[in-house]
Ligand binder design. Structure first.
Ligand code: NAD
Length: 481
């Protein structure tokens, strides 16, 4: 049974602004996607709330940046412990609002804790460019200031901590705005971490369509870190131009997986299935187009059908369920519209092709059999349990088709010859190429979308440096430190 918060009696969860719980006179419904029913109401902030959060972050910034790295790191480690201690309750809340199976929700919360612990270990480098009797010339990295962070609904917690952890570790303060579709777990986390972090260091706000633009346009925000769709990312970039805010954008993708003819088909089929359908396909780096060599196409298609038949779909709180619903009605309709387009155009489904009965937003894993390259299901990011399986005979053609996209987030190559696969990787116009694996992201390694999939870097030292500005210091003679 899902844990439903009764909208009639449950108090609206509060935002955390300047360390204080803040509610709004207006509220937004939060829908449990497994039932289609309202499970709670969340604050719908006013401009005054956004302004108060930004000003609180501004006031907190000088003292937070003045702490030593060790002092900030200690607090981030404590924050990680708090998340771990509350993992069960947070996971239940996350499953109820996002739809994912409880085990995945637990991993997501623990992932956020891992990101906090990991960035607590990363040190900002000092580059000594010149150091001799005549002159010392060095470049340091100082915090940008107040960060406005905006996250989507597919991994509401982990993707928020991709921002919060490096931003705070580098000495910035943050105003975080999760998606209005999935605000509850982050609001709860905002309250929990209010006991660990000084007031104003991490502010958690929540609002409808205007909240994001208010934040990105606010003159006292120094940097915007945004994860979401490419069209929204373009609006964010325009809005941030008003005072030349620094910007990091992690945007949409239409990732290709290329399967070479020398793979062990039975062995890779399961990996490829989950590459496409984990989190019901709602992963920016899901395999969204799988190009399979013609020699093994039929065998792989049959293996994928076996995988699909074994899947249990259901409410995330059902321990048997391995796939939950699509997260929201708009996305559900979008995936069904793409499926309808396939049917209208005479394409064949290897599996699925229908919504599941019931009130929630369930769609069974749907695989389209070798659709035309120019069809919508190939060209567009479905961001749901819908996969085009495509046939190729010539690897140059497969690579050209993989690259023929405005997106450039990531890709994967599957082969029995790892070195041959590695040699193909530089030909793919994407930020990350996985060989015989997929979706490996780490706080210690850079993740950067190319083309219209992103702007800047998230994760790793490169990602942390995006929350800093270079400062060059020169001094005649040797500088003792
Ligand atoms: P979205 O762009 O609709 O919304 C993302 C966030 O932006 C939400 O918090 C939303 O409230 C806010 N927002 C909406 N309009 C805004 C505006 N004008 N200014 C500022 N903020 C605004 O995206 P979504 O539907 O929540 O997420 C799905 C998309 O996110 C997919 O395209 C997916 O590929 C992408 N995504 C990318 C990554 C990545 O790391 N590259 C990760 C996850 C998801």
């Amino acid at each position: 049974m899902p844990v439903l918060l009764n909208p009639g009696t449950a108090p609206s969860p509060a935002m955390t602004i300047d360390g204080i719980p803040v509610i709004s006179p207006q509220t937004l419904p939060v829908i449990n996607p497994a039932t289609g029913q309202e499970m709670a109401r969340a604050p719908d902030c006013t401009y005054e709330h956004v302004d108060a959060a930004v000003l609180a972050a501004r006031r907190a910034f000088p003292a937070w940046r003045a702490l030593s790295t060790a002092e900030r790191s200690a607090m981030l480690r404590t924050a990680a412990i708090i998340l771990s201690e509350h993992v069960e309750a947070l996971a239940v809340l996350l499953t109820s609002e996002q739809g994912k199976p409880l085990a995945d929700a637990r991993s997501e919360i623990l992932g956020a804790a891992f990101w906090l612990k990991s960035f607590a270990k990363l040190e900002l480098p000092i580059h000594v460019d010149e150091d001799h009797a005549g002159r010392r010339w060095e470049t340091r990295h100082i915090p940008v200031g107040v960060v406005g962070a905006i996250s989507p609904w597919n991994f509401p917690v982990l993707l928020s901590f991709f921002k919060i952890a490096p931003a705070l570790a580098a000495g910035n303060t943050v105003v975080m705005k999760p998606s209005p579709y999935t605000p509850l777990t982050m609001l709860r986390i905002g309250a929990l971490l209010g006991d660990v972090l000084p007031p104003g260091v991490l502010n958690m706000i929540c609002g409808g369509d205007q909240a994001g633009p208010w934040l990105t346009a606010h003159p006292d925000i120094d940097k915007v870190s945004f994860t979401g769709s490419t069209p929204t990312g373009k609006l964010v970039l325009q809005s941030a131009a008003s005072n030349l805010k620094r910007v990091t954008l992690e945007l949409g993708g239409n990732d290709a997986a290329i399967v070479l003819p020398d793979v062990n088909v039975a062995a890779v089929a399961k990996d490829l299935f989950w590459a496409a359908f984990r989190n019901s396909g709602q992963i920016c780096v899901a395999a969204k187009r799988i190009y399979v060599h013609a020699d093994i196409y039929d065998e792989l298609a049959a293996e994928l059908q076996v995988c699909a038949a074994a899947v249990v779909i259901g409410e995330g709180t059902d321990t048997n369920a391995v796939l939950g619903p699509v997260q929201n009605r708009m996305q559900y309709k979008r995936v069904l519209d793409l499926i309808h387009d396939c049917r209208q155009n005479g394409m064949r489904f290897l599996t699925g092709g229908e919504p599941e009965p019931g009130p929630g937003y369930f769609i069974s894993p749907t695989i389209v059999d070798n659709p035309p390259e120019d069809s919508r299901v190939v060209r567009e990011e479905a961001f749901g349990p819908l996969l085009p399986l495509l046939k190729y005979t010539d690897i140059d053609d497969a690579i050209a088709r993989a690259n023929d996209s405005e997106f450039g987030l990531a890709a994967s190559i599957w082969s029995g010859d790892v070195e041959a696969a590695v040699a193909l990787a530089p030909r793919l116009e994407v930020g990350t190429v996985w060989i015989n694996e997929i979706q490996l992201l780490s706080p210690f390694h850079a993740f950067a979308g190319h083309k219209q999939s992103g702007f800047g870097v998230e994760n790793g030292l490169h990602g942390m440096l995006e929350y800093t500005l270079p400062q060059t210091i020169t001094k005649p003679g040797k500088v003792e430190r």
